[in-house]
Design a protein around this ligand. Structure first.
Ligand code: SF4
Ligand code: SF4
Length: 113
C-alpha cells in the first residue's frame, strides 16, 4: 500500500507535505509531487498538512482521480531519476528566483492559492 498525490496539488505544490515525511519519499513531478510507492511507509503524516486535500491512501483515492495512483507509481519504474522534493522553505525561496524550476512552475500552472 502507499499514499497517492492527486489532482488538487496542481497549481498549489506548496511542499508542505515534504516537511513532515519521515522517509523523504516525495519527488518532483511535472505538475504535482509524486510519492514513491515503495518508499512510503503509510504513516499518513502528510495528509493533514495538505491545504487542498490532495493526498489519499491508495485504496481511498476518489473515483475521478483513480488514474493518479498509476501517475504516482509509473515514473518510478525502471531507471527513474526524478529529483527528491525540496523542503517548503527551499521551494519558496526558489519560487522567488526568476527562471528557476519553481518560478517556471507557477507560470505554467496557474497558482490556486
Ligand atoms: S504517508 Fe508518510 S511516508 Fe507516505 S508520503 Fe505521507 S508522510 Fe511520507
Ligand atoms: S501539501 Fe498537498 S498541495 Fe502541497 S505539495 Fe503536498 S500534495 Fe501538493
Amino acid at each position: 500500500m502507499t499514499y497517492v498525490v492527486a489532482e488538487p496539488c496542481i497549481g498549489v505544490k506548496d511542499h508542505a507535505c515534504v516537511d513532515v515525511c519521515p522517509v523523504e519519499c516525495f519527488y518532483e513531478g511535472e505538475d504535482i509531487l509524486l510519492i514513491h510507492p515503495e518508499e512510503c511507509i503509510d504513516c499518513g503524516a502528510c495528509v493533514p498538512e495538505c491545504p487542498v486535500n490532495a493526498i489519499f491512501e491508495e485504496s481511498d483515492v476518489p473515483e475521478q482521480w483513480k488514474d493518479y495512483t498509476a501517475k504516482n507509481a509509473d515514473p518510478f519504474k525502471g531507471d527513474s531519476n526524478l529529483p527528491k522534493s525540496p523542503t517548503r522553505e527551499k521551494w519558496e525561496a526558489e519560487r522567488a528566483q526568476e527562471g528557476s524550476a519553481a518560478n517556471l512552475y507557477y507560470q505554467k500552472y496557474t497558482p490556486k492559492t
